[in-house]
Design a protein around this ligand. Structure first.
Ligand SMILES: [Fe+2]
Length: 363
C-alpha cells in the first residue's frame, strides 16, 4: 500500500445514522477496506460527544458520514451544529425523499452526499475522495510551514552574521524591525504588510556585510570616500536578497531605506511618493534608533531630542505621515526616556517567532 493511501486509511471516520442496519453495514465495509478507526453513533448528541472527545484527545475525527433527520435533531440540525463547531469533512447520507435537504446541506458546506438506497461501493469512493483531499491539504500546510520556518531561520542567520561583523548594529536591526512594525500598524497596514516591513527592518543594513570592517569600525567620522562606500549598502543588500522569492515584496523597502522625501537621499535620489512607503518607515525608525544608540563615533542622544530632530525634518528628510505615526507610537509607549529594545526586551528569535505566527497557514 502506498504511504499516502496508508495515511488515508489511518484517518478517523464516524458513521452516524439512526437506521441501525445501514449504519452497521457502512462501518463493517469501511473496516473491511482497511480503515483503522471507525466509530458509530445513532444520534446527534452521540456524534457531538465523539467529536468532542476526539478533539480533547488530539485525535480528531476527519470524516462524518451523517444521516439526516436524526431522532434528536431533525432535518439538517445535526449537520449545522457539527459544521459550525468542528473542522471535519461531512458526507450526508440521505433517503430519496430527502434530496432537497441534501442539496441545502451541500450549499451550506457539506463535502458530498449519497442518496439511498445505500450503495456501499459508491460511498467508499466518495469517502476516499473527500479524505484524500483533506490529506493533501494537510500535507501542503505542513510543507508550507516547514518552508516558512527554514526561510525565517535563514533570515536570522543573515542578521546574526552582520551583527558579528559590525558590533554597532547589534540590536539595531531588531529595534528598527519592532518599531517599524508598530509604526506600520499605527498607519493602518494589514498584517501581511506589517510583516513585510518587520522583515525589511531586520535586513535593511545587511549590505554592510559587503563593506570593509576598517570602515564599519572606524572610531571617528568617515571621510567623503568612505562615506560613498557605506552608501552602497542598500544596493548590496537588495542584490544579495534578490533571489529569495519570499522577499520580493520587501526588497524595495530595503533598497530605498536611505532615500529622503526631498530627493537628497540615496541610492537614486527618489522623491516623496516615489519612495515606497515601507522604505520611508524604515528610514525614519532607523534614524531614530541610530540617534539614541551609541555608535563608534558618537554618544547616544536622549530619545526626546532625537524625536524632536526627526519632527523638525518632517517634509524634508522624513515623510510627515510617518513622523506623525512614529510620534504617536513613541508617546503612547511612554518610552521617551527608554530605548525601544530595552523597553520591549525581545530577542531576535522571539521577534522572528512573532513574525512567523502572523503568516502561519490557517486551517
Ligand atoms: Fe542603513
Amino acid at each position: 500500500m502506498l504511504k499516502a493511501q496508508k495515511a488515508i486509511r489511518a484517518m478517523r471516520v464516524l458513521v452516524v445514522d439512526s437506521r441501525l442496519e445501514e449504519r452497521k453495514a457502512v462501518a463493517a465495509r469501511l473496516e473491511q477496506e482497511g480503515y483503522e478507526f471507525v466509530q458509530e453513533g445513532s444520534s446527534g448528541e452521540e456524534a457531538i460527544r465523539v467529536l468532542s472527545r476526539g478533539l480533547a484527545l488530539r485525535q480528531p475525527v476527519d470524516l462524518v458520514l451523517l444521516g439526516l433527520n436524526l431522532p434528536d435533531r431533525p432535518g439538517l440540525e445535526a449537520f449545522e451544529e457539527i459544521h459550525s463547531v468542528f473542522d471535519v469533512a461531512t458526507i450526508l447520507l440521505t433517503a430519496p425523499q430527502e434530496r432537497p435537504l441534501a442539496m441545502e446541506g451541500m450549499a451550506r458546506g457539506a463535502d458530498d452526499y449519497l442518496q439511498g438506497p445505500l450503495n456501499l461501493g459508491l460511498l467508499l469512493l466518495k469517502s476516499e475522495k473527500v479524505l484524500t483531499k483533506r490529506f493533501l491539504r494537510r500535507e501542503l500546510r505542513r510543507s508550507t510551514s516547514r518552508n516558512e520556518t527554514l526561510f525565517l531561520n535563514v533570515l536570522a542567520v543573515m542578521a546574526k552574521v552582520l551583527e558579528a561583523k559590525d558590533p554597532y548594529t547589534r540590536s539595531h536591526s531588531e529595534n528598527v524591525s519592532t518599531l517599524a512594525s508598530s509604526v506600520a500598524r499605527e498607519m493602518g497596514f494589514q498584517d501581511d504588510e506589517v510583516r513585510r516591513i518587520g522583515i525589511a527592518g531586520i535586513l535593511h543594513d545587511l549590505g554592510k556585510m559587503g563593506i570593509r570592517e576598517a570602515i564599519l569600525k572606524k572610531p571617528g567620522p568617515l571621510d567623503p570616500e568612505e562615506r560613498e562606500v557605506v552608501k552602497r549598502h542598500p544596493v548590496i543588500a537588495s542584490t544579495i536578497l534578490e533571489p529569495i522569492e519570499q522577499l520580493q515584496g520587501a526588497l524595495g523597502y530595503i533598497k530605498y531605506h536611505h532615500e529622503r522625501v526631498d530627493g537628497t537621499g540615496y541610492p537614486e535620489g527618489l522623491k516623496g511618493e516615489e519612495i515606497p512607503l515601507g522604505a520611508r518607515i524604515i528610514h525614519a525608525t532607523e534614524a531614530y534608533d541610530t540617534m539614541i544608540s551609541r555608535r563608534s563615533y558618537s554618544a547616544p542622544r536622549p530619545p526626546q531630542e532625537a524625536l524632536e530632530e526627526i519632527r523638525s525634518l518632517s517634509g524634508m528628510q522624513f515623510d510627515p505621515q510617518v513622523v506623525e505615526a512614529l510620534t504617536s507610537v513613541l508617546r503612547r509607549r511612554g518610552q521617551m526616556a527608554v530605548k525601544d529594545q530595552e523597553q520591549t526586551g525581545r530577542s531576535l528569535a522571539e521577534l522572528l517567532d512573532d513574525l512567523t505566527d502572523k503568516v502561519r497557514v490557517k486551517e
